[in-house]
Design a protein around this ligand. Structure first.
Ligand SMILES: NC(=O)c1ccc[n+]([C@@H]2O[C@H](COP(=O)([O-])OP(=O)(O)OC[C@H]3O[C@@H](n4cnc5c(N)ncnc54)[C@H](O)[C@@H]3O)[C@@H](O)[C@H]2O)c1
Length: 261
């Protein structure tokens, strides 16, 4: 049986990386997906994989007009929205806070946090009708922090707090709100972050080593968790930040730690 048969999923950042893996798994489970992204080329690629029964919409999550229009277009095409998955995000820059430029700070918060505000503001009524759910793609660093990545970590801490507060506020509508928190996942974002580090060559070993299960995964592991959270199997789960991290939070920097023993 398909876990998401006939569900309509509004998925931001669904054209690449973790989002694209989620779109593929959602489609396999019978959902129709509206992929929202600020990059037309990758939207075209995603739709070429998923099929024309899904919808690709060019929109910037930090722009309220774009998001209002994307919600309306999704409802016009599919008649409803069952799930809003806030996955779009950026991770640049990898810097200490005092080195972070004003515009870099604003960019991070406008996309990673304010984007969730806009999809909720314009999409909540649709979710009230379907008693739907919200999934936020957070990050382990929102809980445990990360060196040279303060502003990004702060956005994910905000995502975690939002997830819990929204879960409380919208429980009365039977809307569940949860987050997934990966550690590392091989995507363009992670490749770009790696290039900003001092030891570019050592990054793969480092990223394998931080995960207790011994490797840095692809986005499919996050997508499987999101299918579960979006489905009725998770009907009594709300307000959680689910680590999808291979146990990274149990021994962050495992390699360095072992070296010093
Ligand atoms: N890759 C990792 O290691 C990792 C770890 C933890 C959390 N995350 C989180 O997972 C999410 C996805 O990351 P990813 O690694 O797949 O990144 P990615 O760069 O591969 O993909 C990001 C997606 O978001 C879209 N996007 C970016 N800015 C946008 C905007 N302003 N408006 C609309 N769409 C926009 C892009 O077009 C793309 O589809 C992010 O929220 C990220 O913070 C990633």
């Amino acid at each position: 049986m398909q876990l998401l048969k006939d569900r309509v999923i509004f998925l931001t950042g669904g054209s690449k990386g973790i989002g694209l893996e989620c779109a593929i798994k959602y489609a396999e489970e019978g959902a129709r997906i509206a992929i929202i992204s600020n990059d037309q080329a990758s939207i075209n690629y995603a739709i070429s994989i998923l099929g024309k029964e899904h919808l690709g919409l060019l929109a910037d999550v930090s722009n309220p007009k774009d998001i209002q229009r994307a919600i309306t277009d999704t409802q016009l095409r599919f008649g409803k929205i069952d799930v809003i998955h806030n996955n779009a995000g950026i991770a640049h820059p990898s810097k200490n806070i005092h080195e972070t430029e004003d515009w870099e700070w604003d960019n991070l918060f406008n996309i990673n946090v304010k984007g969730i505000y806009f999809t909720t503001k314009f999409g909540l009524n649709a979710l009230i009708e379907t008693k739907g759910c919200i999934i936020n793609t957070s990050s382990l660093v929102g809980d445990i922090g990360q060196e040279d990545h303060a502003a990004y970590s702060a956005t994910k801490g905000a995502v975690n707090a939002l997830t819990k507060s929204m879960a409380l506020d919208y429980a009365k509508y039977k809307i569940r709100v949860n987050a997934v928190a990966p550690a590392g996942v091989w995507t363009q974002m992670l490749e770009d972050w790696g290039k900003e580090q001092n030891d570019v060559e050592g990054i793969k070993n480092y990223l394998d080593g931080i995960h207790a299960l011994g490797y840095c995964p692809n986005g499919d592991v996050v997508a499987d968790a999101c299918v579960f959270l979006a489905s009725d199997k998770a009907r009594f789960i709300t307000g959680i930040i689910m680590p999808v991290s291979g146990g990274a939070e149990l021994g962050y920097k495992r390699i360095n730690h072992l070296e010093t023993i």
